[in-house]
Ligand binder design. Sequence first.
Ligand code: SME
Length: 154
Amino acid sequence: MTLSKIDLYKEVTQQAQALMAGEKDLIANLANLSALMYMRLPELNWAGFYLLKDQELVLGPFQGKPACIRIPLGRGVCGTAAQTGVAQCIQDVHAFDGHIACDAESNAEAVLPVYQNTKILGVMDLDSPQIGRFDQDDMIGLQNLVNILQDAIA
Ligand code: SME
Protein backbone atom coordinates (compact mmCIF):
# COMPACT_ATOMS: atom_id res chain seq x y z
CA MET A 1 0.00 0.00 0.00
CA THR A 2 1.35 3.41 -0.92
CA LEU A 3 1.07 5.99 1.86
CA SER A 4 -0.53 9.36 1.15
CA LYS A 5 1.94 12.24 1.26
CA ILE A 6 0.55 13.43 4.60
CA ASP A 7 0.77 9.94 6.16
CA LEU A 8 4.31 9.55 4.79
CA TYR A 9 5.37 12.80 6.48
CA LYS A 10 3.72 11.63 9.73
CA GLU A 11 5.87 8.49 9.67
CA VAL A 12 9.05 10.35 8.69
CA THR A 13 8.39 12.92 11.43
CA GLN A 14 8.11 10.14 14.01
CA GLN A 15 11.34 8.58 12.73
CA ALA A 16 13.11 11.96 12.89
CA GLN A 17 11.91 12.43 16.46
CA ALA A 18 13.20 8.99 17.41
CA LEU A 19 16.58 9.61 15.73
CA MET A 20 17.20 13.00 17.34
CA ALA A 21 15.59 12.49 20.77
CA GLY A 22 18.11 13.56 23.41
CA GLU A 23 20.88 14.08 20.80
CA LYS A 24 22.40 17.55 20.67
CA ASP A 25 25.29 16.89 18.28
CA LEU A 26 24.78 19.07 15.20
CA ILE A 27 26.67 17.04 12.61
CA ALA A 28 25.21 13.72 13.77
CA ASN A 29 21.66 15.10 13.55
CA LEU A 30 22.20 16.75 10.14
CA ALA A 31 23.74 13.54 8.79
CA ASN A 32 20.93 11.30 10.03
CA LEU A 33 18.18 13.69 8.91
CA SER A 34 19.73 13.88 5.40
CA ALA A 35 19.82 10.08 5.21
CA LEU A 36 16.25 9.74 6.50
CA MET A 37 14.84 12.25 3.98
CA TYR A 38 16.77 10.77 1.06
CA MET A 39 15.68 7.25 1.99
CA ARG A 40 11.99 7.95 2.65
CA LEU A 41 10.91 10.87 0.41
CA PRO A 42 10.38 9.83 -3.22
CA GLU A 43 11.77 11.53 -6.33
CA LEU A 44 14.75 13.27 -4.70
CA ASN A 45 18.24 13.47 -6.17
CA TRP A 46 19.76 15.45 -3.27
CA ALA A 47 18.89 16.12 0.37
CA GLY A 48 21.08 17.90 2.88
CA PHE A 49 22.30 21.05 4.55
CA TYR A 50 24.40 24.16 3.99
CA LEU A 51 25.80 25.94 7.06
CA LEU A 52 26.36 29.70 7.26
CA LYS A 53 29.99 30.67 7.92
CA ASP A 54 31.22 34.26 7.45
CA GLN A 55 28.41 35.38 5.13
CA GLU A 56 28.76 32.25 3.01
CA LEU A 57 26.87 28.96 2.95
CA VAL A 58 29.26 26.02 3.16
CA LEU A 59 28.28 22.46 2.23
CA GLY A 60 27.29 20.33 5.23
CA PRO A 61 26.08 16.75 5.65
CA PHE A 62 24.03 15.50 2.67
CA GLN A 63 22.99 12.51 0.56
CA GLY A 64 23.29 12.54 -3.23
CA LYS A 65 25.95 13.56 -5.72
CA PRO A 66 28.86 15.82 -4.69
CA ALA A 67 27.62 19.44 -4.73
CA CYS A 68 28.81 23.07 -4.87
CA ILE A 69 30.78 23.77 -1.69
CA ARG A 70 30.33 27.53 -1.18
CA ILE A 71 27.27 29.70 -1.91
CA PRO A 72 27.40 33.45 -1.13
CA LEU A 73 24.54 34.74 1.07
CA GLY A 74 21.77 35.99 -1.23
CA ARG A 75 22.83 33.86 -4.20
CA GLY A 76 20.77 31.01 -5.64
CA VAL A 77 17.80 29.39 -3.96
CA CYS A 78 19.79 28.47 -0.84
CA GLY A 79 21.38 31.89 -0.43
CA THR A 80 17.98 33.56 -0.88
CA ALA A 81 16.38 31.41 1.85
CA ALA A 82 19.29 32.08 4.22
CA GLN A 83 19.28 35.84 3.59
CA THR A 84 15.52 36.41 3.73
CA GLY A 85 14.64 33.76 6.33
CA VAL A 86 11.80 32.72 4.01
CA ALA A 87 11.44 29.09 2.86
CA GLN A 88 11.66 28.69 -0.93
CA CYS A 89 9.48 26.23 -2.85
CA ILE A 90 10.63 26.34 -6.47
CA GLN A 91 8.61 24.45 -9.06
CA ASP A 92 11.14 24.95 -11.88
CA VAL A 93 14.63 26.03 -10.89
CA HIS A 94 15.43 27.11 -14.45
CA ALA A 95 12.88 29.91 -14.03
CA PHE A 96 14.55 31.10 -10.78
CA ASP A 97 16.88 34.01 -11.42
CA GLY A 98 20.34 33.14 -10.07
CA HIS A 99 19.70 29.45 -9.48
CA ILE A 100 22.99 27.59 -8.96
CA ALA A 101 22.98 24.36 -10.94
CA CYS A 102 25.00 21.76 -9.03
CA ASP A 103 23.41 18.91 -10.96
CA ALA A 104 21.86 19.34 -14.42
CA GLU A 105 19.24 16.75 -13.45
CA SER A 106 17.69 18.96 -10.75
CA ASN A 107 14.48 20.71 -11.79
CA ALA A 108 12.62 21.49 -8.54
CA GLU A 109 13.98 22.61 -5.19
CA ALA A 110 12.78 23.19 -1.62
CA VAL A 111 14.96 25.19 0.78
CA LEU A 112 14.10 25.98 4.40
CA PRO A 113 16.06 28.18 6.82
CA VAL A 114 17.39 26.43 9.94
CA TYR A 115 17.94 28.31 13.20
CA GLN A 116 19.97 27.49 16.30
CA ASN A 117 18.09 29.26 19.05
CA THR A 118 17.40 32.64 17.38
CA LYS A 119 20.44 32.68 15.09
CA ILE A 120 20.36 31.49 11.45
CA LEU A 121 22.47 28.35 11.22
CA GLY A 122 22.01 27.53 7.54
CA VAL A 123 19.48 25.85 5.28
CA MET A 124 17.92 22.47 4.58
CA ASP A 125 17.97 21.83 0.80
CA LEU A 126 16.11 19.21 -1.23
CA ASP A 127 16.39 18.76 -5.00
CA SER A 128 14.26 16.75 -7.40
CA PRO A 129 14.45 15.89 -11.10
CA GLN A 130 10.64 16.27 -11.25
CA ILE A 131 9.30 19.76 -12.07
CA GLY A 132 6.74 20.81 -9.44
CA ARG A 133 7.85 18.01 -7.06
CA PHE A 134 7.33 20.09 -3.89
CA ASP A 135 3.94 21.49 -2.85
CA GLN A 136 2.40 23.05 0.25
CA ASP A 137 2.09 19.65 1.99
CA ASP A 138 5.81 19.05 1.45
CA MET A 139 6.68 22.47 2.85
CA ILE A 140 4.59 21.79 5.98
CA GLY A 141 6.10 18.32 6.38
CA LEU A 142 9.65 19.61 5.85
CA GLN A 143 9.10 22.51 8.27
CA ASN A 144 8.05 19.95 10.92
CA LEU A 145 11.36 18.14 10.34
CA VAL A 146 13.26 21.44 10.66
CA ASN A 147 11.38 22.15 13.92
CA ILE A 148 12.40 18.77 15.38
CA LEU A 149 16.03 19.43 14.40
CA GLN A 150 15.95 22.93 15.87
CA ASP A 151 14.50 21.63 19.16
CA ALA A 152 17.23 18.97 19.34
CA ILE A 153 20.14 21.37 18.76
CA ALA A 154 18.79 24.36 20.77
N1 SME B 1 20.61 24.75 -6.40
C1 SME B 1 21.06 25.35 -5.17
C2 SME B 1 22.50 25.04 -4.90
C3 SME B 1 22.71 23.87 -4.03
S1 SME B 1 22.47 22.38 -4.79
O1 SME B 1 21.09 22.29 -5.29
C4 SME B 1 22.80 21.08 -3.82
C5 SME B 1 20.84 26.86 -5.20
O2 SME B 1 20.46 27.47 -6.21
O3 SME B 1 21.03 27.47 -4.15
